[in-house]
Design a binder for this molecule. Structure first.
Ligand code: NAD
Ligand code: IMJ
Length: 258
């Protein structure tokens, strides 16, 4: 059944760095559902690795560089993708960045530069990429981004990223309103903590994972492969009535009080 869900659909996946990336787990799932995939990578440093992974999953899959901090690279991505595909049906935005020094200690110590950088890469990038790519969604489609509960609640050390994710989630609502008339849906998927490069080195991460597992209604953490199931739902025609939503794929953790 899931084999047919994305048959004939073209989906661009942004944010694969390695096999642990949430974007990668999503790509693997989308492929199983029959999607045609294209990938972007952040910089030369990731080119060979992401290229090999993409080639293994889908031989000949289009692959483009795109540092979302550089408008010219987003323009070049849109041009290059337009030459490969005549239409786009799905976009996975799975990337974020803040300076490491802003992700511990007091949020009150956040620098102006660090605040703006987190906003630029982690929130504005969704707007920037959508702005260039929505004209390619000629038959409508679905855009998803990845977010985290730290946007709504204070999560220790998440700091400037929490504020950037709040901005990202609000951007999802404004984009959903703009693009709804074109049949393009925009949603965010709020994942629980997952051990990826982006979670590496987070102070007390292991302690936090233990605490969250105990408190979680499902009494377990949710791996990227399960988040991918919700991504498939949001990208497929099963969710044609869903837009502007924040879907929690966190085992229910977000409902808990104490
Ligand atoms: P990851 O490190 O594998 O992915 C982050 C990606 O962001 C990388 O591919 C990196 O190349 C990309 N990136 C950073 N700066 C960029 C730039 N300037 N231009 C282009 N790409 C850039 O980690 P992940 O955990 O898979 O993170 C993916 C998304 O999931 C992020 O938005 C993150 O906030 C979100 N998320 C992660 C968790 C978690 O616990 N790991 C939980 C909820 C949400
Ligand atoms: C990140 C920092 C602090 C607490 C955190 C996280 N918790 C979780 C994460 C509790 C789950 C991971 N997460 C949800 C993210 O969105 C991570 C974003 C991120 C991570 C890094 C680490 C390396 C770096 N910059 C980063 N920028 C963004 O230099």
């Amino acid at each position: 059944m899931a084999e047919q869900l994305l048959e004939g659909k073209n989906v661009l996946v942004m944010g694969v760095a390695n096999k642990r990336s949430i974007a990668w787990a999503i790509a693997v799932f989308l492929k199983k559902a029959g999607a045609n995939l294209a990938f972007t990578y952040q910089s030369e440093r990731f080119k060979d690795k992401v290229g090999r992974m993409a080639e293994g999953l889908e031989p000949g899959a289009p692959l483009f560089p795109c540092d979302v901090g550089i408008d010219a690279e987003i323009d070049a991505l849109a041009d290059a993708l337009g030459k490969k595909w005549t239409k786009l049906d799905g976009l996975v935005h799975s990337l974020a960045f803040a300076k490491k020094e802003e992700l511990s200690g007091m949020f009150a110590e956040t620098s102006r530069e660090g605040f703006l950088l987190a906003q630029e890469i982690s929130a504005y990038s969704l707007v920037a990429v959508t702005k260039r790519l929505y004209p390619m969604f000629s038959e409508g489609g679905s855009i998803i981004t990845l977010t985290f509960l730290g946007s709504q609640r204070v999560v220790p050390n998440y700091n400037v990223m929490g504020v950037a994710k709040a901005s990202l989630e609000a951007s999802v609502r404004y984009l959903a309103n703009d693009l709804g008339p074109l049949g393009i849906r925009v949603n965010a998927l709020s994942a629980g903590p997952i051990r990826t490069v982006s979670a590496k080195g987070v102070s007390d991460f292991n302690k936090m994972l233990d605490g969250m597992e105990e408190k979680n209604p499902l009494r377990r953490l949710v791996p990227a492969e399960e988040v991918a199931g919700s991504a498939l739902f949001l990208l497929s025609d099963l969710s044609t009535a869903v837009t502007g939503n924040i879907l929690y794929a966190d085992g229910g953790y977000h409902i808990m009080g104490v």
